[in-house]
Write a new protein. Sequence first.
Length: 169
Amino acid sequence: MMEAPPHVVLRRATRDDGPTLWRLAGECPPLERNTVYAYVLLAERFAETTFVAEDDGRAIGYLLGIRSPTRPDVLFVWQLGVLPSHRGLGLGGRLLAEAVDRNADVVSLETTVARNNAASEALFRGFARTRETGCAVLDGHLPAALLGHAAEDDTERLFHIGPLRRGPA
């Protein structure tokens, strides 16, 4: 795998990035795009855990993370998207590292991944290996029927990564 060019900048999102996150979600299959309102609100309310990747000032990827008030030490990655033209450069891993390393009190990371999304599964398992930590998977966490999907492959599995180490091992 090649590495993302050094001029790719990762920065925290602001509410003004909401429409950009919405656009990126639509350009990053297989992500499901939500309303512009959702992205504006989430970028505003979770700015500490939401990041935008830019290449020469153009948004090419993002990570939208959420910390629950009842579990503030867990970073839940709601969406992570990288434009197809920039995939395979390690940008997803860089976004995960940025979110973890810039939130020192986070001790574990969680996300859900559909059974048929091998690329996301590889990304999160690879991140766990890089941080030399565990990656537990709970199959059937969000059944396809609950999500309004007919295909059983759309069932979401919960990935729990941790305890997290800071920086490369």
